[in-house]
Design a protein around this ligand. Structure first.
Ligand SMILES: Nc1nc2c(c(=O)[nH]1)N[C@H]1C(S)=C(S)[C@@H](COP(=O)(O)OP(=O)(O)OC[C@H]3O[C@@H](n4cnc5c(=O)[nH]c(N)nc54)[C@H](O)[C@@H]3O)O[C@H]1N2
Ligand SMILES: Nc1nc2c(c(=O)[nH]1)N[C@H]1C(S)=C(S)[C@@H](COP(=O)(O)OP(=O)(O)OC[C@H]3O[C@@H](n4cnc5c(=O)[nH]c(N)nc54)[C@H](O)[C@@H]3O)O[C@H]1N2
Ligand SMILES: [Mo]
Length: 755
């Protein structure tokens, strides 16, 4: 048995990344449009990378792209097409047998299709008929809340704004979105603590920070451009501390793929100065430990906290101190999986640094105690006035390239009163006040037959959500399902009684309205808003833009609409004029977009204005939950491989973790394997343990010994989503606990039998 494999031996990115990028462009038969697109990506007049939400640097002199950005572009600019002949060839039952990788490989969707239950096939339909049928079904509903409008975070600001306007004129706040499964916990935590749900740092702050803490994030795969920033910080002496149960290659070392000499020599720069491997779900304890070490050190007067900041700007420090004093080191150590020395060492780095940034992603947001854990990050930063200070602050690293913008545009199930009032004033409509469904609520409501119509604006609802079979059954109970999509995925195959595929333009493509090319806008993870303009010929002449599809749907569904939908989409500047009327931060929107790199939306907490219930920044605390694990039980986190974008599977390898040609694998600690007589390569079945008593199973996962703490395990999303119980969600944010699933494993008796 190969001993405790950790990731791949070389630095992240480098030559292999270049080779892999090229392979993806060639494989997608997209050489010309793919390369053309790459040259214009993230440049003024070009389009925004449809990959992650990491911001673009101000300096556009280098072509700023990464291997995984290239994969996203290659996937969209692919030369392969799904035509009506494809749908003639396969029944939906046939297609349901194919995996996500195969579906993705079939190419771009090219014309609107309607599902025919008699033949079990999708058949072409005209756009007019599709909109008419959707319109009729919506008008048949007894209440607007019988419709659900899901959004995935690639949707532009303009499309998102129209989409929520349509839903609200109809009369519902049912806007679940991918954010519910993603950074919702960050938004809830920060809003309570500092009054804004967004990060407080800008890219410039990374140039000044003296310490950067990174919790539960794998930037080498998911935000590769962040590595350039970390590399630069490290080279100028900034301390970088990673907290991750896995040793992720990109957090260890990195070669910028455009630095040719280093690439050829395979000589990477180290990234992390300190690497800690806590238990899965151990971060609350780690952070409490850091706070304890900090209070103990400051009591001995070895270091100073920022008393002026604490007294001027915060509430609750005494309660925090009392709570931390009661928290015992032995509990912190046992719950975190780190030693007291390790935690004190990290705390000393924090204390020595006068400017600290804390970054985090899904490793923190998708577990039961996510919100209170993220609030400990806020506590940590407040103690030294690290919010609203250059070089310091909160940095939740967002996922989808416009997930933050979609929220700003009103894609949210519980909009603020001021937002609704502004919509009402600007459009002369009556907006609903009843809270809508988030993702988990929507699934429950569909299951209870309370939802008739499900519309998906991008995304892959059934594969991204938890409890796959329950969710699929719930979707099947709808009268009508429709997806606005670029590529085929499993959600198109799990249908309501009627179902539609509405194919749309991708971000790389020219969007002509009245023969004039239109641009859209997006907001990155650091609140910069900028334009995105496609440059390639559309994948098919039948595609419509997302804003046009929303406008047509609204016209078909709202016979008495008060909104000039056709006028708005005839020139997207007009949509932006309305956005600025509803959202004051977008004042002079069209004009400010002309600035190279776009404009900054501002952030009250960064300016030390605290829009909280106390009017100050709040120290928030709670006792440690003392999680226990029965013998034989493991904690499973579901993570992304290097060759996927969420549910889109680009390839079957996970280069940095040394996995080739397969995805049904489970990473295990060797001692856990020994206890169960499991050898490397054995095929296992995974069972999850849930309070509802249902024993959910995922079959046929190959065991891989890995450098992961004892008692912890990892498998890939979405294959492992069948194991996540729908009722297992984070407190307050309702985010499914995809990073903390209690499981048991068993060898599959049918090992060796080829299925
Ligand atoms: N190429 C590519 N880019 C992407 C995506 C993609 O799928 N592919 N997805 C986009 C989206 S929507 C998002 S939200 C982001 C996701 O970006 P990430 O959050 O980086 O993605 P995950 O793979 O979910 O990994 C989370 C990391 O958290 C660690 N982790 C898991 N559990 C714990 C824990 O309990 N504690 C700690 N400290 N760490 C833990 C895992 O080991 C892993 O390194 O990336 C975005 N960018
Ligand atoms: N177990 C587990 N589950 C998870 C996670 C996890 O870590 N573990 N992560 C969660 C997270 S962070 C997220 S964000 C969600 C992601 O959930 P989603 O956003 O729903 O899923 P994606 O896989 O990103 O959606 C991919 C589909 O979007 C469509 N698409 C791509 N580009 C465009 C476009 O430009 N326009 C339109 N209209 N459609 C387009 C394509 O048809 C493609 O198949 O999954 C969540 N689920
Ligand atoms: Mo995400």
């Amino acid at each position: 048995m190969k001993s405790n494999r950790s990731s791949h031996p070389g630095p992240a990115a480098g030559l292999e990344a270049l080779a892999s990028s090229l392979k993806h462009i060639l494989h997608e038969r997209a050489m010309k449009p793919g390369v053309k697109a790459l040259l214009r990506m993230n440049k003024p007049g070009g389009f925004d990378c449809p990959g992650c939400a990491w911001p673009d640097p101000k300096n556009y002199s280098i072509t700023e792209f990464c291997e995984n950005g290239v994969k996203a572009i290659a996937a969209e600019t692919t030369g392969k097409r799904i035509t009506k002949e494809f749908f003639e060839k396969y029944t939906v039952a046939d297609l349901l047998q194919k995996d996500g990788y195969w579906l993705e490989q079939q190419g771009r969707l090219t014309e609107p299709m309607r599902y025919n239950p008699k033949t079990d096939k999708y058949e072409p339909i005209t756009w007019e008929k599709a909109f008419y049928t959707i319109g009729q079904e919506i008008q048949r509903m007894e209440h607007p809340n019988e419709a659900v409008f899901y959004t995935s975070g690639r949707t532009s600001n303009e499309a998102a704004f129209l989409y929520q306007l349509f839903g609200r004129e109809l009369g519902t706040n049912n806007f679940p979105d991918c954010s519910n499964m993603c950074h919702e916990s960050s938004g809830v935590a920060m809003t309570e603590a500092v009054g804004v749900g967004k990060g407080t740092v800008s890219l410039d702050d990374f140039e000044e920070a003296e310490a950067i803490f990174i919790f539960g994030q794998n930037p080498g795969t998911n935000h590769p451009r962040m590595l350039t920033v970390l590399e630069r910080a490290r080279k100028r002496g900034c301390q970088i501390l990673s907290f991750n149960p896995l040793r992720e290659r990109g957090l260890e070392s990195f070669i910028h793929p455009q630095h040719i000499v280093e690439t050829l020599l395979n000589k990477g720069s180290a990234i992390s100065t300190h690497y800690y491997q806590p238990l899965v779900g151990g971060d609350f304890a780690v952070l409490k430990g850091l706070l304890k070490a900090i209070f103990e050190a400051s009591k001995k007067n070895r270091y100073q906290l920022d008393q002026d900041f604490i007294s001027a700007h915060t509430v609750g420090v005494d309660e925090l101190k009392a709570d931390i004093a009661q928290t015992l080191w032995e509990d912190i150590v046992q719950q975190s999986g780190l030693t007291q020395e390790q935690i004190v060492e990290a705390a000393e780095v924090y204390l020595r640094s006068s400017k600290t940034i804390v970054c985090w992603a899904m490793g923190l947001t998708q577990s039961k105690h996510a919100v209170i854990t993220i609030q400990q990050i806020v506590n940590l930063l407040l103690l030294k006035g690290n919010i609203g200070k250059p070089g310091a602050g909160l940095c939740p690293v967002r996922g989808h390239s416009n997930v933050q913008g979609d929220r700003t545009m009103g894609i949210v199930e519980n909009p603020s009163e001021s937002f609704l009032e502004a919509l009402e004033n600007v459009f002369d409509i009556v907006a609903p006040r009843q809270r809508g469904y988030n993702t988990v609520d929507a699934i429950r409501a569909m299951n209870a037959h309370k939802v008739k119509v499900f519309i998906g604006m991008g995304g892959n609802f059934v594969s991204a959500t938890p409890d796959t079979s329950f969710t699929e059954d719930a979707i099947k109970k709808c009268e009508l399902t429709a997806y606005i999509s670029t590529k085929l995925n499993r959600s198109h195959l799990v249908t309501g009684h009627q179902a539609f595929i509405l194919p749309c333009l991708g971000r790389t493509e020219i969007d002509l309205q009245n023969k004039v090319p239109q641009k859209v806008t997006v907001e990155d993870s650091m609140s910069m808003v900028h334009t995105s303009e496609g440059i390639n010929k559309p994948a098919s002449e039948y595609l419509l833009s997302e804003p046009s599809i929303v406008a047509c749907m609204a016209i078909a569904c709202l016979p008495n609409t008060k909104i000039d939908w056709a006028g708005l989409v005839s020139d997207y500047d007009r949509i932006r004029d309305k956005i600025e009327k509803v959202l004051p931060a977008f004042e002079n929107f069209n004009e400010r977009l002309k600035q190279p790199g776009g404009f900054y939306l501002g952030n009250a907490a960064r300016e030390k204005r605290w829009n909280t219930f106390t009017g100050k920044a709040n120290f928030i605390t709670a006792p440690l939950p003392m999680l226990s694990r029965k013998p034989g039980q493991l904690r499973l986190m579901t993570i992304r491989s290097h060759d996927q974008y969420n549910t889109t599977i680009y390839g079957m390898d996970d280069r940095y973790r040394g996995v080739k040609g397969e995805r049904k694998v489970i990473f295990l600690n060797e001692s856990d394997m020994r206890k169960k007589n499991i050898e490397s390569g054995d095929v296992l079945n995974i069972f999850s343990l849930a309070s509802d008593g249902i024993r959910r199973m995922a079959k046929g996962f190959k065991a891989i010994p890995y450098n992961i703490p004892e008692g912890c395990a990892a498998a890939y999303f979405p294959e492992a989503n069948v194991l996540v119980p729908l009722n297992s969600v984070a407190d307050k944010s309702h985010t499914p606990t995809s990073k903390f699933i209690e499981i048991e494993i068993e060898k599959d008796d049918r090992q060796g039998i080829d299925e």
